[in-house]
Every structure is written in C-alpha cells, then in structure tokens.
Design a protein around this ligand. Structure first.
Ligand code: ADP
Ligand code: MG
Ligand code: MG
Length: 246
C-alpha cells in the first residue's frame, strides 16, 4: 500500500481555483514526478500536503491514517519534509548548526557542543555520501551544496517523504549529477520522493512515475520507464492527441 495518498484535493485562493480535485499517491522507495505548466498547482498541492496551507476538500492518507498537518513543523515531525526552491538556511551559522538548530536540547542534552553536532553532521554526510565540511559557514556554500545540507537535515529528522520543488533550477551540471545520486540513495533507503519538475530529461532519468497536472486539474499518472516522451507530452497538452484515430 502507498505510504501517501492524496485524493480529490481542492484549494481555492479567493476566486482562483488552484486545485480542483487532484489525486496523487506515493510508495516507499519511489521517486514520483509531479509535472505541469507554470500555474498548474504543483507547489500548492505540496504546500497543502506539508501544512503550509489548509485544504478546502479532499483526503490525505499517510502511513494508513487520515491526516491534516496544520503546520510545516507538524508535517516535519511526522516525516514529511519539503525542500523549497528558496532554501531556508541561515547563512552566518555553520552547516552543522543549520542541521541541528532548535533540536540540540532534545537530541543531545542541554549543553551540546559544536564538537558534538559537527561529529553528528559528519556521520550523516557519510551515510549519504555527501562531501561537505560541517564547520563551514552555510553562506559560503553553493546553492547545490546548501540543498544537500537540507536533505541531510531531512534525513536527520527521520524523513519518510521528501518533496523537491524544482530542485535543479539553480544547480550546475555536476551538482545535478550529485543530486541525482543522492536521490537514488534515498530511493534505496526506502524514502518516498516527490520530484516537481518540468524537465522531461530529468523525469525520464530519475523518476519511476509521473503525475501530470494542468490548470489545477489532475490529468493522469504514467510509469516513466514504460512511457515515451510523446505519451507524457500528449498528457501535458491534453487529450487531443489520444483521440486522433489516424
Ligand atoms: P505551479 O507550482 O504549478 O507553478 P502554483 O501552485 O504555484 O503552480 O499556483 C497555482 C495557482 O494558484 C496559480 O494560479 C497561482 O497564481 C495561484 N496561487 C498560488 N499560491 C497562491 C497564493 N498564496 N495566493 C493566491 N494565489 C495563489
Ligand atoms: Mg510556478
Ligand atoms: Mg511551483
């Protein structure tokens, strides 16, 4: 059974119907792409999932239970984490401090030293095959590296579902390769990954399924490997292509 099922989700902003009954599901160890033109409602769907916005209608089932996270913190505590296009790092703190900020007391007792969290961060990076110095100031890292710090943070919080919202927008080619390796690793660890993108090459390369949205509507879901680029494109542009009888 899926770790996550979103059914008939609706959400309106004033007169704008951003989501008009959208379905999405996700399995453990699956990388599931969410695709659609700008304004299709992809980010809104993920913000509804992660407690940034309340939904107007529909149902979310996570680990077999119906849920409605009221705050991102609540979603995070339950293992559902979003890595935003705009990252949330604090530049003048170190990598390790960014990962463990606000949680030191819970995890390590009141008098946590930098030494402790540096070691903890180092173990985390080793687990994920990430090469970053925990003592480095986050402000000195590239966007790609900062993103990896966010992923490490999610893993340290025991994330079971990680949402990436157009993660490659600001990355170099080599950073993209590194990110894809990490995403493969997440898959092997049994984590569910939701991957928002409109880049067909990326979707073909690293995802298992793709769900297409258009104008707030759910269009459909395909297995990525079994589908041709044309199938996915025709889903995106509409059903016209399917109806052509030749
Ligand atoms: P996508 O991520 O697919 O580009 P969004 O989810 O960002 O799409 O937006 C879907 C629709 O909802 C758009 O018409 C957008 O203008 C609108 N929208 C998104 N967030 C808000 C908001 N906070 N207030 C008002 N309208 C919003
Ligand atoms: Mg957009
Ligand atoms: Mg978006």
């Amino acid at each position: 059974e899926p770790i996550l099922e979103m059914k008939q989700i609706s959400k309106q902003f004033g007169p704008v119907k951003a989501l008009k009954g959208v379905n999405f599901d996700l399995y453990r160890g699956e990388v599931h792409a969410l695709m659609g033109e700008n304004g299709a409602g992809k980010s809104t769907l993920m913000k509804v999932l992660t407690g940034i916005y309340p939904r107007d209608g529909g149902q979310i089932i996570y680990q077999g239970q119906e849920i409605a996270f009221k705050l991102p913190k609540e979603a995070m505590d339950q293992g559902v984490v979003i890595v935003h296009q705009e990252l949330n790092m604090i530049n003048h703190l170190t990598v390790a401090q960014n990962i463990f900020i606000g949680r030191e007391n819970l995890k390590f007792g009141l008098f946590t030293t930098d030494e402790t969290i540096n070691r903890q961060a180092q173990e985390l990076f080793a687990l994920l095959n990430i090469e970053i110095n925990p003592k480095e100031l986050v402000g000195n890292l590239t966007v790609g590296k900062q993103q990896m710090v966010e992923i490490a943070k999610a893993i340290s919080m025991n994330a079971k579902v990680i949402v990436f919202d157009e993660p490659t927008a600001a990355l170099t080619e080599s950073e993209i390769k590194e990110l894809f390796k990490i995403i493969d690793d997440l898959r092997e660890k049994g984590i569910g990954v939701i991957y928002i993108s409109h880049r067909m090459d990326e979707i073909n390369q690293i995802t298992d399924r793709v769900t297409v949205m258009r104008d707030g509507e759910y269009v459909g879901t395909l297995m990525t490997k079994a589908s041709t680029k044309d199938d996915i494109i025709s889903m995106m542009v509409g059903r016209v292509i399917y109806e052509d009888p030749k």
